[in-house]
Design a protein around this ligand. Structure first.
Ligand code: ADP
Ligand code: ZN
Length: 223
């Protein structure tokens, strides 16, 4: 089963994708995580993408599509994946469709998460992530703090703020989202495989709640 996660930064894509991955037993593939790991390790790819990510701009399509294409060839992706943060442009969507088609596969479900902009700004500025690349657990200083401040509950590593989570860069990321990624919502709606959900404290619904609903939906619809 191939599921993609759409939605602006800070809507909870990673949280929902993580839960779906466990429940459905297929890996979560986050292009953002792949890029950040490469930046940390200062690989050639990491050096190439750093300038885009630090400005809150999208990494060029050709680089991103290749990364995903290669990742899908790995053994653990045979039975499906949750693509967290990909595709983010119509070009990427068209490219992945062609790649999957060759294998007789398709995108089974596109999940679109929405959150009010003020909440996005608040959530991203309070977001802290585990610096251990094997762990990457995400916390929130207000909504979901670690037991000991600055330390990961799971592995004891230091928690850090993502460099691109500062309000200025978040604004650029939101801009990139609305200009380049939001047309994908209509794109998948027209194909008839879109599931949209609001993630917001105003309706008392966070990523974990929405993830439960989606699991039920997938099982109910036999996707
Ligand atoms: P968020 O959804 O919170 O912005 P991600 O971890 O998904 O965070 O992405 C971080 C950054 O990585 C993005 O701002 C962008 O620069 C880059 N990136 C991730 N996925 C893609 C993609 N599919 N296409 C282009 N750039 C991407
Ligand atoms: Zn950790």
């Amino acid at each position: 089963m191939i599921i993609i996660m759409l939605g602006a930064p800070g809507t909870g894509k990673g949280t929902v994708a993580g839960i779906l991955s466990k429940e459905l037993n297929i890996p979560q593939v986050s292009t953002g995580d792949i890029f950040r790991k490469n930046m940390q390790e200062k690989t050639e790819l990491g050096m190439k993408v750093e300038s885009y990510i630090s400005k809150g701009e999208l990494v060029p399509d050709d680089i991103t599509v290749k990364i995903v294409e290669n990742r899908l060839k790995e053994d653990d992706a045979k039975n499906g994946v949750i693509l967290d943060g990909f595709p983010r442009t119509v070009k990427q969507a068209e490219a992945i469709e062609k790649i999957l088609e060759k294998e007789g596969k398709k995108i089974d479900l596109a999940i679109n998460l929405t959150t009010p902009e003020e909440e996005i700004i608040e959530r991203t500025s309070n977001r802290r992530v585990c610096s251990n690349p094997e762990c990457k657990t995400v916390y929130n200083l207000v909504l979901n703090p670690s037991k000991v401040e600055g330390i990961c509950d799971k592995c004891g590593s230091k928690l850090i703020a993502r460099k691109d989570d500062n309000p200025e860069t978040v604004k650029n990321r939101l801009n990139s989202y609305f200009l380049q990624s939001s047309p994908l919502v209509e794109y998948y709606d027209e194909k008839g495989n879109l599931y949209s959900a609001l993630v917001s404290k105003t309706i008392n619904k966070m990523g974990v709640d929405v993830a439960k609903e989606i699991v039920e939906y997938i099982r109910g619809e036999n996707i």
